[in-house]
Design a protein around this ligand. Structure first.
Ligand code: PHE
Ligand code: ZN
Length: 878
């Protein structure tokens, strides 16, 4: 725990390590009351740093040091200094062997960093700085070593003993104990180290690589989960094949393992050859998990697998470079998901996340560049900016270079830097070198925070048949950054003629008609583009396929938006036009109880509901109204209650006007014979659940009966929980509580389903008020030590149930502050993450912002605040 103000770490102060470690030999003795770790490091002075440090400094965190040996001789007190966070050995030779023995208490580790226990098994989490909770080590990613790991434990309680690489030796020991030794031939940073010990079941499969090598694939789970691994295994094999085909990347070890654990701070972790997953991101079967879970699993399994190259073989020099691996890997997994499913829907989902949550982050007190220049606590920087904006930046390089050049760039990057720890700049350089393109200005995307805003004006000259587009860019100030330079933005657009057809685009000075979608490159504060040969006033389709993570202002009128919704050849922009129309209509009725909603929105929705020719996956997306969070993001000064009620009212009016169409659409979506996660089936289930929810929102009794029937007869969780959610958000109190009880009785033995049950209640704008949420915290299935439970109750309430969280008496904020203070001692990472909803207090109208600020202050004033929460709270209040 912190005793003084945490220190800020700056990228500008980066220095190469004074010492390098070539080899790490670990021996873990695992017991019920603790674990002893014997570590032997083969160390040498770094030639590149020669002449600087005399003394060796190793990081440590919460360790009990038992002994230190240097080249076989035990050091006495005075020959080294244990400063808690640092072990200092004053005089060391140029090369030596250091042996350190530490004692840990994994069963008391509630932070879930380093070595800990999760439902009876031992496991580790070392990214970013968890290895120092296991032994003293230069715990930074530019120190790469080969690891050999021997694990010893009781054989009956822990029959499975895993670590990175290949198992090279195993055997029995006295007292019913046994050991397994693992050797990882690839040098790796300490954050990729992993160990697992438990009574686990193994599910096996295999994969033949492009060069004909057979890889052993294994998923390890607790026995109760044996039926839940098939989807992850299939996803893994698809990801392995895809990475060979699209990136030419082959797997490198003989074995690839996945382990599922219930207590995990994040989604999953790419440890070399031994990925560790939060159960909710890997285990699924149709009866108990939803379509969303299936899709999430496919993309996360792929994401972690792809890290084997983008992250492990080529890793980060320091943590400021985090997006080097995360941005690139998210880009890769989204390409993969697009190839496996519906590219347009995928793009919509990515863009929604970016526009709703990342834009908000970029406009708030924690805004930081894709490559930050300072931090206090690195775990606070696993953000949407690093991941999602980072991915959008890589996507723009892909757009600027085209797929072939991009592939040459990635080949060059992997080839040039294999086995190295590098920077985002090295990545961009490889792309430049392979393509011959100058990405100098483009690099600003890594350095400047804030979301660029494009303001577009147009002018049509009928006589000259010229259409003139003026595009201005500006980037808002963010903490510590003002007066930003213009960035290099790929701006894809098309023009629609009066029939709704794409016009071939010819810029002034060009000969002949060009493509119908063009990527214009913005580099200046202002550009004027002149399109020639435009026979009639066109409707512009701007930022097609969301070609850059920017906001676009252009004054489309509602008729133009309707026109784009039905004619734009760009699926993303068809959807976006619908969103803009809905936003406009919701804003119009906000705070005006008498205002009717524009019948054009009703007509557009009716057309969609009845359109059986159109891509149903896109239709399902287009029918969803923009979320409250997005509407808040778009407001200057958000009034949550007004936004909520306006959106509700539009929803109710739509449902009322479209009742028969909704009924018909619901009836048409008959459950498939066999459950499959195809875009078509997912769309059908999503339409079915959406129409049901709209109808129940109205209090329609026929719909209530339909929901009860769907709830009873469902053969998959998407249908069952869809019906449950609709009932929970309906006015039918008796049915709601009955369904909740039945559901819990049916599923109480499955923690993943119980998580869903929690979040459906905690996020309900109808029944999920603070009192209800407090009751959930008292429920037998709630567990303060399990991050998933906290996320599905407290996180769901504060993040999704905005109308109740933002109760004007401030009770929601006080509740969240209490929770943060409580968790700060046991799990500071989770506490800091939960703080996010409060950090944007300045965005809200005064009635809200005062209470939010006070809540933050009450967290700030807690004694012994962790570094994690300290950073978030102090930056938010600054
Ligand atoms: N590196 C993990 C990923 O794949 C995320 C993670 C970070 C997991 C830190 C645990 C701790 O994105
Ligand atoms: Zn990742």
């Amino acid at each position: 725990m912190r005793t003084s103000q945490p220190k800020t770490i700056y990228l500008s102060e980066y220095q190469v390590p004074d010492f390098l470690v070539d080899h790490v030999d670990l021996r873990f003795e695992l017991f019920e009351d603790g674990a002893r770790v014997h570590s032997t490091l083969t160390v040498r002075r770094n030639a590149e740093a020669r002449g600087r440090a005399e003394q060796l400094e190793l990081n440590g965190d919460s360790l009990t040091l038992e002994s230190v040996h240097l080249d076989g001789r035990e050091l006495q007190a005075g020959e080294y200094e244990d400063r808690g966070e640092l072990l200092v050995v004053p005089a060391v030779p140029d090369t030596f062997e250091l042996q350190v023995v530490t004692w840990l208490q994994p069963h008391k580790n509630t932070r879930l960093e380093g070595l800990y226990k999760s439902s009876g098994m031992f496991c580790t989490q070392c990214e970013a700085q968890g290895f120092r909770c296991i032994t003293f080590f230069p715990d930074r990613p530019d120190v790469m070593a080969r690891y050999r790991t021997r694990i010893e434990a009781d054989k009956s309680a822990y029959p499975i003993l895993l670590s990175n690489g290949n198992d090279v030796e195993r055997g029995d020991l006295d007292g019913g104990r046994h050991f397994v030794t693992w050797e990882d031939p690839f040098p790796k940073p300490s954050y990729l180290f992993a160990l697992v010990a438990g009574d686990l079941v193994e599910q096996k499969d295999s994969f033949t690589t492009m060069s004909g090598r057979d890889i052993d694939l294994r998923i390890y789970i607790e026995p109760r989960n044996v039926e839940k691994t098939a989807h992850a295994m299939d996803s893994l094999k698809r990801a392995m094949r895809w990475d060979e085909e699209v990136y030419g990347r082959e797997y490198d070890l003989d074995i690839f393992m996945i382990v599922a654990v219930d207590d995990f701070n994040m989604g999953a972790m790419e440890n070399k050859g031994l990925n560790i997953f939060n159960s909710s991101c890997v285990l699924a079967r149709p009866e108990s998990e939803t379509d969303m879970a299936f899709q999430r699993i496919e993309s996360i399994v792929a994401h972690e697998y792809f890290h084997n190259w983008s992250g492990n073989r080529v890793t980060c020099r320091d943590w400021f470079q985090l997006s080097l691996k995360e941005g690139f890997t998210v880009f890769r997994d989204s390409q993969f998901s697009a190839d496996m499913g519906s590219p347009t829907v995928n793009r919509i989902e990515n863009a929604t996340l970016l526009r709703t949550a990342q834009f908000a982050e970029d406009a708030g007190p924690m805004a930081h560049p894709v490559r930050p220049s300072s931090y206090m606590e690195i775990t606070n920087f696993y953000t949407l900016t690093i991941y999602e904006k980072g991915a959008a930046v890589v996507r723009m390089i892909h757009t600027l270079l085209g797929p072939e050049m991009f592939r040459q760039g990635s080949d060059l990057y992997f080839g040039r830097h294999d086995g190295q720890a590098v920077t985002t700049d090295d990545f961009v350089k490889a792309m430049e070198d392979a393509s011959g393109r100058d990405l100098g200005q483009f690099r600003l995307w890594y350095e400047q925070a804030g979301t660029p805003e494009l303001t577009v004006e147009d002018e049509y000259d009928r006589a000259a048949q010229v259409y003139r587009l003026t595009v201005r860019q500006s980037i808002p100030d963010t903490p510590g950054q003002t007066d930003k330079k213009p960035q290099h933005i790929p701006f894809a657009l098309g023009l629609l003629d009066t029939e709704g057809n794409d016009i071939p685009l010819t810029l002034a000075g060009e000969s002949g008609p060009g493509d119908t979608t063009r990527v214009l490159e913005l580099t200046e504060r202002e550009h004027v583009f002149e399109f020639t040969g435009v026979a009639s006033q066109p409707v512009p389709s701007l930022l097609r396929d969301f070609s850059a993570p920017v906001r676009v202002n252009y004054p489309w009128n509602r008729d133009q938006l309707m026109f784009l919704m039905s004619h734009d050849s760009d699926g993303f922009n068809r959807w976006d036009a619908g969103q803009r129309l809905a936003v406009d209509v919701i804003r119009e009725v906000a705070g005006h109880a008498e205002t009717d909603i524009d019948p054009r929105l009703i007509n557009a929705s009716r057309t969609l509901l009845n359109d059986r020719e159109a891509d149903q996956a896109l239709v399902a997306k287009m029918l969803q109204l923009p979320s409250e969070a997005y509407l808040i993001e778009l407001s200057e000064e958000a009034d949550v209650q007004t936004i909520h009620h306006a959106r509700e009212r539009v929803l109710k009016m739509l449902a009322t006007a479209l009742r028969d169409d909704l009924m018909a659409c619901y009836q048409r979506q008959q459950p498939a014979e066999r459950y499959q996660v195809t875009p078509e089936d997912v769309a059908s289930r999503s339409l079915r659940n959406m129409t049901l929810a709209w109808l129940l929102d109205l209090g329609d009794e026929q719909a209530r009966d339909m929901a009860l029937e769907q709830f009873r007869s469902a053969t998959n969780m998407t249908d069952q929980s869809g019906a449950l959610r609709a009932l929970v958000n309906s006015p039918f109190e008796e049915e709601r509580s009955h369904a909740l009880d039945t559901f819990y009785q049916q599923w109480h033995k499955d923690p993943q389903v119980v998580e869903q049950w929690f979040s459906i209640q905690a996020s309900s704008p109808v029944s999920g008020d603070l009192a209800a949420v407090r009751r959930l915290l008292e429920h037998e299935a709630f567990d303060w030590k399990n991050p998933n439970k906290i996320r599905h109750v407290v996180g769901a309430f504060a993040g999704q149930n905005l109308v109740h969280f933002h109760e004007q008496d401030g009770s929601g904020y006080e509740f969240l502050a209490d929770t943060i203070r409580r968790l700060d001692d046991s799990n500071p990472q989770i506490a800091a993450r939960l703080t996010a909803p409060l950090t944007r207090w300045r965005k809200f109208a005064h009635v809200y912002s005062e209470g939010m600020r006070k809540a933050l202050e009450s967290v700030r004033d807690k004694d012994g605040l962790s570094r994690d929460v300290y950073e978030v709270v102090h930056k938010s209040l600054a």
